[in-house]
Design a protein around this ligand. Sequence first.
Ligand code: NAD
Length: 437
Amino acid sequence: MRLTMIGSGYVGLVSGACFADFGHEVTCVDLSEAKIAALQDGQIPIFEPGLETLVSENAEAGRLRFTTDLAAAVADADVVFIAVGTPSRRGDGHADLSYVYAAAADIARAVTGFTVIVTKSTVPVGTGDEVERIMRDVNPDADVVVVSNPEFLREGAAIDDFKRPDRIVIGIEDERAREVMTEVYRPLYLNQAPLMFTGRRTAELTKYAGNAFLALKITFINEMADLCEKTGANVQDVARGIGLDKRIGPKFLNAGPGYGGSCFPKDTLALVKTGQDHDTPLRLVETTVSINDQRKRSMGRKVIAACGGDVRGKAIGILGLTFKPNTDDMRDAPSIAIIQTLRDAGAKVRAFDPEGMAMARGMIDGVEYCQDAYEVAQGAACVVLVTEWNAFRSLDLPRLKASMAVPTFVDLRNVYRAREMEAAGLTYVSIGRPAGV
Ligand code: NAD
């Protein structure tokens, strides 16, 4: 089949490359000329494990192309995916749908013949109706059906997630889309990935419900961690103890600095706004959003407390800036609020991240960027592990300690054990675990 992806970011590029790998003929479109020129030149504008090989193999095989010419790419397509960004709208937290609507209008002007238009971007319930209305207004003769097919991939494991999904949710209002979408996903369907057809609004809401539930789970264990700290219990054991219950499950129960990234913060907020607009306040989600917002700065205060309550003029080392390992994505990363809190208190912040520093430079001011963890530690009054990259999992602790001004290590991901830290002469602070654990 001939597929066109509108938007070649984390979702569009990964999905496009994977669809090409299934044997479809894929054209990835983007507004950014720099991004498309890089892709045409064999360079991958984002860091995602395995993506470079997947893109180059499929480009060489002639199944994957890149262009800024949306009209030409749409005119030939059987299926057009909209995979543009839906960030939080400045000021009110609703999803900003301007990119989706602009893409819909551009697509409508360019379609020829029967075409299935698929919204892959995360969009509030009812957006498909609006996309359909825009397309009919712009081109009343267009023979299109609008489908919702939200994407559930995770950055850092995106290719595997796309190729081995827990489920594929497809929301349709017109039966003609069922056959086409089954054909699009046939290779996965043959691999037993459940293909779940629902109404379009249901599919749209399913994506937000999933993200909100996961955000709630993380926030729950984070609050349990705080209680563990006050009561001498161990949050890792509590998480294991409840996670072994199959009704709860072990995933998303790692206490940490609060969730971040390009999806959970904006999607939970957008869902809250949707609830309010429909006079159905989603209080659990509202509370989750507010607890998580406060948690990020509270992690900065935790570091200040570990430094004896004062960091003015002191160097604080940060290990990891991205919202999670194996991505270069800095959007809404907890490190941003943590560093801001430390800088507000007068600290001098030094940081290293294996992939995130290029994006971080444009987002965080006043940070001295280093080459590795050991340079970060030089002269530091405290080193803080914020993102659990593999590079930080087996640090040479005596070497780290030797260059620090004060040997305090704050581990916001519970990667280490107190015993090994203390054996190396470091004072160790972690999340929700009693002293010495
Ligand atoms: P992104 O910002 O990385 O990529 C979006 C791309 O779309 C950009 O390159 C932009 O230049 C391009 N674009 C915008 N308008 C365009 C237009 N009219 N024509 C052509 N290109 C256009 O965003 P992303 O992280 O890939 O997210 C895309 C959507 O997928 C969002 O709705 C997001 O919530 C959702 N999503 C993201 C993830 C994730 O892990 N990143 C996972 C699941 C769902």
